[in-house]
Design a protein around this ligand. Sequence first.
Ligand code: ADE
Length: 422
Amino acid sequence: MTTSKEGAIKDPSLSEKGQLRIEWAAREMPVLNILKERFEKELPLAGLRISGCLHITTETANLAILLKAGGAEVAMCASNPLSTQDDVAAALVEHFEIPTYAINGEDTQSYYDHIHKVLDRKPHITLDDGADLVSTLHKERNELLKNIIGGTEETTTGVIRLNSMAQTGALKYPIIAVNEADTKHLFDNRYGTGQSTLDGITRATNVLWAGKKVVVIGYGWCGRGVASRAKGMGSQVIVTEIDAVRALEAAMDGFQVMPLSEAIIDGDIFISVTGNAHVIDGIHMAGMKNGAIIANSGHFNVEINLEKLQLITTSQRTVRPLVEEHMLNNGRTIYVLGEGRLINLAAAEGHPSNVMDMSFANQALSAEYIAKEGKNLEPNVYVVPKDIDQSVGRLKLDSMGIKIDQLTLEQEKYLSSWEVGT
Ligand code: ADE
């Protein structure tokens, strides 16, 4: 057993505040609450050690508490140095006795030291958000592979990394791509990133969205969410894309579509949500108008080319928390938010609990699935089993008091026959 009060946190005295906020989030997480009742009775994770590398937020705390209720020994670390909510980390350690290694603002060395701390617990199951835990385990701690039954991955960026590991034969255990569940990406990526990105930019800058020209770079599920929420706030939204079908979809959703090299001329606020590197490059920032604001809501801080920005910056200062003003050598001034890290978690609280409820129900049920079936799975990346995805949808609908129709026997027969036509 792990003993209590282990971890690395900023300040244990924040624990009570964190506990209250974790409880507040739980009010909006009915599916996790239902699962908790079942997990407490059935203990599906008894005897298993679970190490998680996720954003340390109130929502993640509720997931960790659920997994512990299911019988697991849980240890957590952060999946981003700027997203940790220090009060939550304190409550996890001090009140819930879940070892947690996460300090907001930690440097890269401490970030990876903390990943090693949760790996030191010799996990049977890993939970990851961005694949830093899995990648560190494979590169530096492969003596741990013998204990591992399987893992889960939360986000698009992580799934892309894992797929490339699987394709080259580097991946050594099965991982369920939680992101691929419909009840995850259709809601969390779209409505969660959509709302929390605008929330983060608003908290950092207090800008008025109405009338602003907002350039959304990338029209995946996150980009779709950000674009539709900005439109709802009265912004004129321009979408940039590299994929023809997504660009077409953006155009038919009513957005202006153009290359970024054209959008820079008019844009007031630029938001990258691509998962790719240097999509906002030096040449773009040099062409932006005076006062332009730049934020990233993609997983890693690679989307804005900050090195190139330094080359054209003559002076800079922090004008508000998480707002860096850059005076450029062309005489203009532009602003980068949250050091280019994902702004919804750096400046706001991440996706609201109500969508994380579904994402983390998929996480918990996938962990239960791995506990049962992991030994029979080859090392590869797997989609969340359809029945888990559907059950999360059903539980969420129930919690919202929404009833839906069922196929009649006649309709079921019709759908399974091929003889009947016009
Ligand atoms: N990813 C995005 N929002 C999040 C949240 N609130 N908690 C954990 N992970 C997240």
